[in-house]
Design a protein around this ligand. Structure first.
Ligand code: TYM
Length: 328
């Protein structure tokens, strides 16, 4: 048996290139080296109101995205978080170990509380504890995520250590895998902010389902830095460096080689080609996505089978946890 890997995406709003390049792309690559469990974190998505009918669609679309990206249900477990009640139960247990001050320090909570000031709900605050429960239930060794989840993962490790100290060795302390490139894809409209599902401006992101025309338009409008030269320099040319990162990851060409190819050429040529690179990647992806998304019976079958396998692991851990605590 290989070591276990766990990760998830919340099916809230759109799924963008940042989610793909920061997380899903590496999941596909790691599938052969680990026993992988990939969740659709619907409880996490609920921390921002989701209209029920759209929510149902988004949850199944998420499964179609995983499959279209190359997650293979024969190799990996794919399941919906809310299908397994152990996630909510372990969250409660971990809630008795986490300190309010620890959750108050979470930068994502602080950001979201500012942006969604009309709905600072308890779920938004408790979100990292639910994440810790997700991970710890599967005795996870590694968690591949984008940079923005780093702090949540540190809290997960703290909670696992705390539980082990109080009740005896139970949880594995998970390691975070954050790739150097693509871990923080920035907004196309503002290279100082990450590409974000909840961005108000649709020109912030490219979704995995954007049409070719829209991609061309979005890349054309993408903010660039002063000067003309195509160079990679995060400090002086943050916008261009972000575009170069996207180009490199989707074309599998090293940044150095791309920079060399564009010597003497300007931003306009580079942007036209970048749009092509994105379209060339997304077109076949979108065809696969449409096919999976049309076949709702197949999606439900994959998710049911995934839930059965995941439940077995999660319930075993929860039993052990309850026994250690002294619950009857
Ligand atoms: P979510 O749905 O916000 O993001 C999913 C994954 O995408 C990464 N990501 C990015 N990577 C690079 N550049 C960006 N601009 C960018 N934006 C997002 C995220 O880091 C993440 O890896 N709570 C989590 C889902 C979750 C989870 C878990 C993850 C639930 N339980 C357990 C790991 C382990 C979330 O909402 O991610």
């Amino acid at each position: 048996m290989n070591q276990r890997l766990f990760s998830a995406v919340a099916p809230s709003g759109i799924i963008h290139l940042g989610n793909y390049l920061g997380a899903i792309k590496q999941w596909v690559e790691l599938q052969n080296d680990y026993d992988c469990v990939f969740s659709i974190a619907d409880y996490h998505a609920m921390t921002i109101f989701q209209p029920p009918q759209e929510f149902r669609e988004k949850i199944l679309e998420m499964a179609a995205i995983y499959l279209a990206a190359g997650i293979d249900p024969k190799k990996s477990i794919i399941f919906i978080q809310s299908n397994i009640s152990a996630h909510a139960e372990l969250t409660w247990i971990l809630n008795t170990l986490v300190k309010v001050s620890e959750l108050e320090r979470m930068t994502q909570f602080k950001d979201k509380a500012k942006r969604f000031s009309q709905n600072i709900n308890m779920g938004l605050f408790d979100y990292p504890v639910l994440m810790a429960a997700d991970i710890l239930l599967y005795k996870t060794k590694v968690v591949p995520v984008g940079e923005d989840q780093k702090q949540h993962l540190e809290l997960c490790r703290t909670l696992a250590q705390r539980f082990n100290k109080v009740y005896g060795q139970t949880f594995i302390i998970p390691k975070t895998i954050i790739r150097k490139e693509g871990a923080r894809i920035m907004g196309l409209d503002d290279p100082a902010k990450k590409m974000s599902k909840s961005a108000v401006n649709p020109y912030n992101y490219i979704t995995l389902t954007d049409s070719s025309d829209l991609i061309k338009e979005k890349i054309k409008k993408a903010v660039t830095d002063s000067g003309k030269e195509i160079i990679f320099n995060l400090k002086e040319k943050p916008a261009l460096s972000n575009l170069l990162t996207i180009y490199s990851l989707l074309s599998n060409k090293p940044i150095k080689e791309i920079v060399k190819n564009y010597q003497g050429k300007g931003y306009s040529q580079f942007k036209t080609d970048l749009a092509e690179v994105i379209i060339n990647f997304l077109k076949p992806f979108q065809e696969r996505f449409e096919n999976f998304n049309k076949d709702q019976n197949y999606l439900k079958k994959v998710l049911n089978e995934g839930a059965q396998k995941a439940r077995e692991i999660a319930e075993k851990t929860l039993e052990e946890v309850k026994e250690k605590i002294g619950l009857i």
